[in-house]
Design a protein around this ligand. Structure first.
Ligand code: ZN
Length: 65
């Protein structure tokens, strides 16, 4: 967890929303409780990516900032 921002950022709010959503893989049903979303920003869009450790399916959630 980065402390460079200090407070609650838009990233944190989005990440919290993702963490609260179902982590069960849509393909194989594996529940990855310890899964971490990798945030990638491109212009006005942020992508959260997570790869299922069981079957390798990549899940992507994209939001506009
Ligand atoms: Zn899977």
């Amino acid at each position: 967890m980065s402390s460079s921002y200090g407070g609650t950022s838009a990233f944190d709010r989005l990440r919290a929303r993702l963490d609260g959503s179902a982590l069960a893989c849509e393909e194989c049903g594996f529940v990855d409780d310890a899964g971490e979303w990798e945030a990638v920003t491109t212009g006005g869009t942020v992508e959260y990516r997570r790869e299922c450790p069981s079957c390798g399916t990549e899940h992507v959630h994209r939001y506009r900032l």
